[in-house]
Design a protein around this ligand. Structure first.
Ligand code: GDP
Length: 473
């Protein structure tokens, strides 16, 4: 709705009211069906031409009937500060939960694995600890994680990366479970961590909050089973479901070129069932699934919802975060792959994807904007706090200023990825962006503004919100 309004240069409320007169109740961020799009545009004197790739995305949204849905395993990402025990936790879970009779064989790193617990329940872990992969995927529009485990070493403090991980989970609206790790150590002080968390408004259940937490020792495996119970409990509340009885759709986890085997792609099936022999479209690549393997290198014939698999047979390496889907005909998959390549090139020339301060005023005036998301980095804690505080105070009734993440240090690729995923701008105070972050920001069209005077930063954001920012020279 918002996008269409902006393309036609009208107020979104006008689009909403036209939809309403057509008997379609919509909100600002809603996706419109193709028919509705045609009618609405017509009301405003515009004609819409669909490109095949657009139509194909529409197809992807076909909803399953409630009676076809079955429970599926939760998909979990582990995040936290370096050395707090993410890898140890993932390794422990992988090692202790091999399905009976299937142990042995080399466990290969394929970016994700699925474990079966004692009572038969399953959990899928994305095996790339840290928030980089999580955010990079979200930046590409793929949100595959259902639950985030935040690992915090109880003999340490809530560290910058912990805060960052929490910010990422919150920005994605994914529930968190806190794992207070290393409690076997005599110096561990989990209460101190709980207190530090509460100071940032993350209140764990023991303290009357609604965030689950569990004391564990990832190294020795103590209470990891209880942590997994809590994951299952959280999953139950989310009522995760999928329809195994349809053509598979899902997301690319990673892809590489193997000398002997050709392109090797790890996919996570999110709906439907993927089978050997299926024709697949994944991002701009396509091919027939020649072979399908699990993380133990065992051949599979099919894989249902929430199951990660490695496949052979694509004609190239798609990007992590790309969607995939199965087609009845190879020619169909191929035609769309080719068109997607073209479309992507055209789109990248035509569109400006993200918010810039300059554009902000215009979009606020159109009623398009409710939130200005900011990622704030600075050289010292004190000035970051002060700037963050003053920026948030700029919020008005029409628009709220959200500081999605604030921290000390240079602007990193991870900041740019978070900005891409959440349509935020990045403000640096006495810090700059590294070369990689800069390149990524250019590519993703993320605005980075740097200041050395707090007052100047406040003034510019304020002027931008009022639509009065003069263009940068
Ligand atoms: P990551 O950087 O978050 O992946 O952390 P690692 O899993 O690599 O762990 C960092 C270090 O902490 C390693 O030396 C681990 O052996 C150690 N470690 C992890 N979990 C525990 C734990 O529960 N107890 C103790 N004593 N050490 C741990």
């Amino acid at each position: 709705v918002g996008e269409l309004a902006s393309l036609m240069n009208v107020n979104p409320t006008e689009v909403i009211s036209v939809c309403f007169s057509l008997g379609v109740m919509v909100t600002m961020n809603q996706r419109l069906e193709a028919d509705t799009l045609l009618l609405v545009a017509d009301e405003f004197g515009y004609k819409i031409e669909f490109q095949d790739a657009d139509l194909e995305e529409e197809l992807e949204e076909t909803e399953d009937a409630a009676e076809d849905l079955e429970p599926r395993a939760p998909i979990v990402t582990v995040m936290g500060h370096v050395d707090h025990g993410k890898t140890s936790l993932l390794d422990y879970i992988r090692k202790t939960n091999v399905i009976a009779g299937e142990s042995g064989g080399i466990t290969q790193h394929i970016g994700a694995y699925n474990v079966k617990l004692e009572k038969g329940q399953r959990i899928t872990f994305l095996d790339t600890p840290g928030h980089e992969a999580f955010t990079a995927m979200r930046a590409r529009g793929a949100q595959i994680t259902d639950i985030v485990i935040i690992v915090i070493a109880a003999d340490d403090d809530v560290m910058p990366q912990t805060k960052e991980a929490i910010a990422h989970a919150q920005a994605a609206g994914v529930p968190m479970i806190i794992a207070l790790n290393k409690v076997d150590k005599p110096t561990a002080n989990p209460d101190k961590i709980r207190e530090q968390l509460s100071a940032m408004n993350v209140l764990v259940e023991e303290w009357g909050g609604n965030v689950q937490s569990q004391e564990i020792s990832a190294k020795f495996g103590n209470n990891v089973d209880q942590l997994l119970e809590k994951v299952l409990l959280q999953a139950e509340m989310l009522e995760l479901k999928a329809n195994p009885d349809r053509d598979a759709v899902g997301t690319v986890i990673e892809a590489s070129l193997d000398k002997g085997r050709g392109y090797v792609t790890t996919l996570l099936v999110q709906n439907g069932t993927l089978r050997v022999g299926d024709y697949l479209l994944a991002g701009k690549n396509h091919g027939k699934v020649k072979a399908m393997l699990d993380e133990r290198g065992k051949n599979l014939k099919e894989a249902g919802p929430s199951i990660p698999v490695t496949i052979l047979g694509l004609d190239g390496a798609p990007t992590a975060g790309d969607k995939f889907r199965v087609f009845g005909e190879e020619s169909e998959a191929k035609a769309i792959a080719v068109k997607r390549g073209q479309l992507q090139r055209e789109l990248s020339i035509r569109t400006k994807k993200h918010t810039t301060l300059e554009e902000l005023g215009r979009r606020i005036a159109l009623g398009e904007f409710k939130e200005l998301n900011i990622i704030l980095k600075g050289d010292v804690d004190g000035s970051v706090e002060a700037l963050s505080d003053q920026l948030q105070r700029l919020s008005t009734e029409e628009i709220s200023v959200n500081i999605l993440h604030q921290g000390v240090g240079p602007i990193t690729e991870s900041d740019v990825n978070l900005a891409t995923a959440s349509d935020a701008i990045i403000i640096g105070f006495n810090v700059r962006a590294g070369a990689n972050a800069k390149d990524l920001a250019d590519k993703e069209e993320i605005e980075i503004r740097t200041y050395s005077v707090i007052y100047a930063a406040i003034e510019e954001v304020k002027e931008a919100m009022e639509g009065m920012l003069s263009p940068e020279i």
